[in-house]
Design a protein around this ligand. Structure first.
Ligand code: SAH
Ligand code: SF4
Length: 330
């Protein structure tokens, strides 16, 4: 699917035509232009040829039915993975990919170990949400939230991610509120600045994973260019501009970053009312082991005792390799 082509084709037509076409795609969720009966037959025929609506994807559903992973095939044959998480409170979150692979190579992340293939276009990003919107249509449910926590580093593909967010946010398209959209970054500070300028209402999450540069550098090579202090300074500027809370993600690796001492060190660095910490259970990719639930609880307690708001992320879809850091486009 190529959404910019849609704009291009309908450029010279009356404005309402484009609105009608977008309504058919994003609201009626038609999978074939022949079903878009508000549009003239000639135009439908043209759109069928030039903006095909088919999305090629295979799905895997977790045992409890709440996590659905889709492997989508792109026009050039490359594959990406995207995940739907159905929460018990009727929220439906799509975790989208922004790149095929990732150039940052974090040691604990499957996407990182597969290397980088290419950036996704804005249409390819939007398509992931569209795929699951169609999937949910049969149950009369909707996508309510989108997180950029799939494959890739969104701030290394900002122009396309930005365009995709505009489409997700647009009331004539998905109409997903900015506060229901989150972007997660390994700490690309230029991107944090852009987010504050372009979308001050969108949620920011930072992948931290270590309380000091030595360990962070071992786990995340990107720490060389973007060390902790630089990231935290950028986050503070972000908060000053937006007055929004910021979430720090911390994946719990057994005997690597999960000690009480490390929790205390982290607490010292993150003492700020608008900082939150989200502890993520590590989904094994072969290199590390996950911390025990007791360890995670203890770590969380240390942070809370120091006055830091901390949560633990519910684990979705490990049985279908759909959890954080397990996406590989197999
Ligand atoms: N590149 C961005 C966004 C995608 S990764 C980033 O790193 O923030 C989304 C989240 O999943 C990040 O917090 C990442 O650190 C985490 N993650 C990666 N591998 C993981 C694994 N094996 N288990 C649990 N979380 C993981
Ligand atoms: Fe890339 Fe994020 Fe995975 Fe690191 S954790 S390799 S930045 S996708």
């Amino acid at each position: 699917m190529n959404l910019s082509k849609l704009d291009e084709i309908l450029k010279s037509a009356p404005v309402f035509r484009l609105a009608q076409a977008k309504k058919a795609v994003f609201f009626d969720l038609v999978e074939d232009w022949s079903k878009a009966t508000t549009i003239s037959k000639d135009l439908r025929e043209k759109l069928r040829k030039e903006v095909p609506l088919e999305i090629k994807g295979k799905i895997l559903v977790s045992k409890n039915g709440r996590t659905v992973k889709a492997a989508l095939e792109l026009e050039d044959g490359l594959k990406i993975e995207t995940v739907l998480m159905k929460h018990t409170d009727k929220r439906n979150t799509v975790c989208v990919s922004s790149q095929v692979g990732c150039p940052l190579g974090c040691l604990f992340c499957v996407t990182g170990t597969m290397g980088f293939k290419r950036n996704l276009t804005s249409s390819e990003i939007v398509e992931q949400v569209l795929f699951f919107a169609r999937y949910l249509k049969k149950d009369k449910e909707k996508i309510t939230n989108v997180v950029f926590m799939g494959m890739g580093e969104p701030f290394l593909n900002w122009e396309n991610v930005k365009k995709a967010i505009e489409i997700l946010n647009d009331d004539n398209c998905f109409g997903i509120g900015a506060r229901k959209i989150s972007v997660s970054t390994a700490g690309i500070t230029e991107g944090i600045e852009r987010l504050a300028e372009d979308f001050p209402q969108i949620n920011l999450a930072i992948s931290l994973h270590a309380p000091d540069d030595k360990l962070r550098g071992e786990l995340m090579p990107v720490n060389q260019k973007y060390p902790l202090e630089k990231i935290l300074k950028s986050v503070d500027e972000y908060i000053e501009k937006t007055n929004r809370k910021v979430m720090f993600e911390y994946v719990m690796l057994k005997d690597v970053n999960d000690s009480e001492e490390q929790a205390k060190k982290l607490a010292k660095r993150l003492k700020y009312p608008l900082y939150m910490v989200n502890l993520i259970a590590y989904n094994p990719n072969g290199r590390f082991e996950s911390s025990s639930p007791e360890r995670i609880k203890k770590f969380k307690a240390v942070l809370e005792k120091a006055g830091i708001f901390a949560t633990q992320r519910y684990r979705f879809g490990t049985d279908i390799e759909a959890a954080c850091g397990q996406l590989a486009g197999k």
